[in-house]
Design a protein around this ligand. Structure first.
Ligand SMILES: [Mg+2]
Length: 265
């Protein structure tokens, strides 16, 4: 092999090695930069969805979604897990404790005209057994089906609200129950309430014939105005819907309970 032959041999060796190096780089680079395993991708997607559904729930609770008709399909499992897990209970308990602390801090007058309004559904009574059979808010509300459930009169109590109810009663504050349920449900509602421990109230106000078709916000505002015209001071109001709390003739303080299953305008 002469000098020329030896030089060509070196060149060929160099090309082969650089090709070998290129082969390694091409093979390794994508894996070195991004390592993706199927389970990691699945976890990320699941975490993202959980965060997105939490954002949806918080936006609903803070009244930034109004109006909404059903829970988004992709958040169905999230809402179910929230309602059946401990978070829902903790959220209710926190609001109830805050409301109780506020009630105890007040200097009440001795004329017996301080009043606290409680909504009923998803405030004092839970319809979770009904909603667990109807997709936890995924289904469009069916008033006929829901009325059948209400007429059974077996809704369980919401314990943190019952605690507040008892605290408010002990303080000598009058309790007024204000609900969107209709007059024909008066007896079953009263019996259901008494069976679960709500045994005393000053007034139970339901939707009468003249209130049919009114949005909840208008109906409840009108009733609060009437309560105030009777001389009551509405010092507190507890409800799971913004339409229980806002509008006119509002309470000195309102307490919004969690409910990601449905929205009533
Ligand atoms: Mg309600």
């Amino acid at each position: 092999m002469g000098f020329l032959g030896f030089t060509m041999f070196l060149c060929l060796l160099s090309v082969a090695r650089s090709q070998e190096a290129m082969d390694i780089d091409i093979d390794l680079l994508p894996r070195a930069l991004i390592i993706e395993y199927p389970e990691t991708r699945l976890k990320n997607t699941s975490e993202e969805l959980h965060m997105q559904c939490t954002s949806w729930r918080v936006a609903g609770e803070s009244n930034n979604l109004s109006p909404w008709r059903t829970v988004p399909v992709e958040c169905g499992d999230y809402v179910k897990a929230y309602m059946l897990g401990r978070s829902y209970y903790f959220d209710l308990e926190m609001v109830s404790k805050e409301a109780g602390g506020y009630a105890k801090s007040l200097q009440l007058k001795e004329d017996g005209m301080d009043a606290w309004i409680f909504d009923i559904d998803e405030t004092l009574l839970s319809n979770l057994p009904y909603y667990s059979d109807h997709g936890f808010g995924l289904e469009v509300f069916d008033s006929d089906q829901f009325d059948k459930w209400v007429l059974e009169g077996v809704a369980p109590v919401i314990e943190p609200t019952l605690k507040l109810y008892e605290d408010v009663l002990k303080l000598g504050i009058k309790i007024i129950l204000l609900t969107g349920r209709t007059e024909d449900k008066r007896n079953v509602t009263a019996t259901n309430l008494m069976n679960v421990g709500c045994r005393k109230w000053d007034q139970l106000i339901l939707r009468g014939d003249n209130d049919q078709g009114k949005p909840a916000i208008a109906f409840k505002s009108e009733k609060r105005k009437e309560i105030m015209m009777e001389g009551f001071r509405i010092i507190g109001n507890s409800g799971d819907q913004w339409s229980d709390l806002v509008g006119t003739s509002t309470a000195s303080r309102s307490f919004k309970l969690s409910n990601p299953m449905y929205h009533i305008p």
